[in-house]
Design a protein around this ligand. Sequence first.
Ligand SMILES: Nc1ncnc2c1ncn2[C@@H]1O[C@H](COP(=O)(O)OP(=O)(O)O)[C@@H](O)[C@H]1O
Ligand SMILES: Cc1ncc(COP(=O)(O)O)c(N)n1
Length: 272
Amino acid sequence: MSTAIARALTIAGSDSGGGAGIQADLKTFQELRVYGMSAITAVTSQNTLGVRGIYPLTADAVRSQVEAIGDDLGTDAVKTGMLFNDEIIVAVAEEIRRYGWSKVVVDPVMIAKGGASLLLEQAVRAMKETLLPLAWVVTPNVPEAEALTGMTISGIAARKEAARRLADFGAKHVVLKGGHDLSDDGQAIDILYDGRDFYEFRSERRETRHTHGTGCTFASAITAELAKGRDVPEAVEVAKAFIQAAIEYPLGLGQGHGPTNHWAYRDQERGR
Ligand SMILES: Nc1ncnc2c1ncn2[C@@H]1O[C@H](COP(=O)(O)OP(=O)(O)O)[C@@H](O)[C@H]1O
Ligand SMILES: Cc1ncc(COP(=O)(O)O)c(N)n1
């Protein structure tokens, strides 16, 4: 018997604190009624205060997890998060090509909120040359877009120019997130570029320290909606509403940058 449930695969790092990485991705898929699967690239010892340890898996271990899914369950969309080194990036790109997966969301995770590096510097080039050409959507924050383009980015015009350059690397859609750009006058403005037109997604910026995992959660909400067959602007609109609710109703956990609230979007929809 077949079911019509949409499937999504996240290829990312584990966050023991549960707010970012694989854990955030699976929670988001579940809330958006998408069947979640994972391939873990690295185990991190992490909490709301920071990253204490990073234990990468071998590229073969990552490959084997992806193949276990590709050979049996299949997937409707794929998201990549923390990939850590160029061997893993190259293996992931090869596997995506092997299975012909096209709805690929690349979240080019580089630096954790506390400053720890989640991608080796030598791997930025592999990210640009090997993975971005396979991206249906790439979702950099401002520092990641700066590292990928070499630009200094402040303000909407600079973000649009950076989005154009990222599209030149081969990404079909660029969502340049505005969480880090404080020049937006009380708003958090994300810019979508589809190679032709720009779209803006705006929300009120919330003053909060509970932003651990916002990028992971946002990108996995986009992935979940693409898996269900929505187009990119529709998927980003849902993701923006999902992350806004998750930020607005923090759980108050931990002593540092706490996790966002993955239940809030559906609670809001149910009128609670
Ligand atoms: N303080 C905030 N208030 C409202 N939305 C925010 C806030 N910080 C980030 N966002 C939103 O959360 C998402 C993730 O953004 P960002 O913080 O830029 O990425 P990352 O977590 O990768 O650093 C984006 O949609 C962004 O607009
Ligand atoms: C394993 C892992 N992956 C990604 C992030 C980035 O988190 P954020 O979404 O806050 O940028 C993280 N802190 N840990």
